[in-house]
Design a protein around this ligand. Structure first.
Ligand code: GLU
Length: 328
């Protein structure tokens, strides 16, 4: 009995030793979370692709990356500010306005915001029911339009566009605030006539709407759009390719922003270095993980569409690659 107990004790302490060693390793693991968007957008699968690449080598570097589906760009900025997320996917206009402290962050610049790299283009995509008689942005007034949930980048962009047009919520017979994952079903259930989504292509949400019911993607052009493109560096004219979605065979002219990855200045330099290294050292794999990424080029991703200062961990890697001047 005594011997058994001793043996048991010995076994327990050996196990204890193993647990302690395991704990020491676990303490070394650093967890990072990335805020994305709705599950049928592009941010969410692209965030998943990035985390998968980071996690591939997690035994070497001890960093474990996880993605969260969120309300979008503005939500991601606010959550990063609250220290709830370390990384976020955000529109280039949202990055600019958060760093500068412009609307909706009036007078409260997010000084710790740091740029990591830019991603795909996100054209403003206006999807209307085919039976709604909407052929252009200018036909939206008087209709039921989903202008986006308040945490989303499309809502930030629509608020700017509506102000430029002299429109407000009363311009529409209904201005709904559905999240991107809900808008396709609302359109096809005839709860709304159109929705606005700032998103890369092809996007799950647009595929869902255009294959579930008869729809048309309509242009967003005209004086107000031209004026915005002229006034702000982060807006550019954009085209949604004809034939990509059912019901829209011709190219659609619109304008858009870029998607970008951001972090905070206090996120460890080695973590950000490891994060960007995982993406750029596996770049072909990364590009193949989502069709919206097909045209990305590293040199452009690290120099364009970014307005907050680059995070030093990202900068170090880009300089090593010769994509940035050593003293830039
Ligand atoms: N651009 C949208 C936003 O900032 C998200 C698009 C997506 O989910 O891919 O909220």
């Amino acid at each position: 009995m005594k011997i058994t107990r001793l043996a048991g004790l010995f076994a327990a302490s050996a196990l204890g030793g193993a647990i302690v060693a395991g704990d020491a390793q676990a303490q070394d693991t650093r967890f990072i979370s990335m805020g994305t968007g709705g599950v049928t957008g592009v941010y969410y699968p692209v965030g998943g692709a990035i985390c998968r690449l980071v996690n591939m080598d997690r035994r070497e570097h001890g960093i474990r990356c996880a993605v969260e589906s969120t309300g979008g760009s503005v939500f991601n900025i606010n959550a990063m500010r609250e220290q709830d997320l370390e990384f976020g996917v955000v529109q280039s206009d949202v990055q600019f306005n958060a760093y500068e402290g412009n609307d909706p962050w009036d007078d409260e610049p997010f000084e710790e915001l740091r740029a990591v790299f830019s991603l795909h283009a996100e054209p403003l995509t206006l999807v209307a029911r085919a039976d709604a008689g909407i052929e252009h942005l200018d036909d939206l007034p008087g209709n039921r339009v989903n202008i986006g949930n308040p945490g989303s980048g499309q809502r930030a962009l629509m608020d700017t566009l509506m102000a430029e047009k002299g429109w407000d919520h009363g311009t529409f017979s209904l201005a709904s605030e559905l999240a991107s994952a809900e808008q396709a079903q609302a359109l096809c259930d005839n709860m709304i006539d159109a929705f606005a989504f700032t998103v890369g292509h092809p996007a799950g949400s647009i595929q869902e709407a255009t294959t579930t019911c008869d729809t048309v993607i309509v242009p967003a052009t005209g004086e107000a759009v031209e004026s915005l493109v002229e006034q702000f560096p982060y807006y550019f004219p954009a085209t949604i390719p004809g034939g990509m979605y059912r019901g829209t065979d011709e190219d659609v002219e619109t304008f858009g922003v870029g998607a970008t990855i951001v972090t905070r200045g206090d996120v460890d330099e080695d973590v950000v270095y490891t994060f960007v290294k995982a993406v750029f050292e596996n770049f072909d794999t990364f590009r193949d993980l989502h069709p919206a990424l097909a045209n990305l080029q590293p040199e452009i991703m690290v120099t364009q569409g970014l307005s907050a200062p680059l995070h030093p961990g990202a900068e170090r890697f880009y300089q090593e690659q010769g994509w940035l001047e050593e003293d830039s």
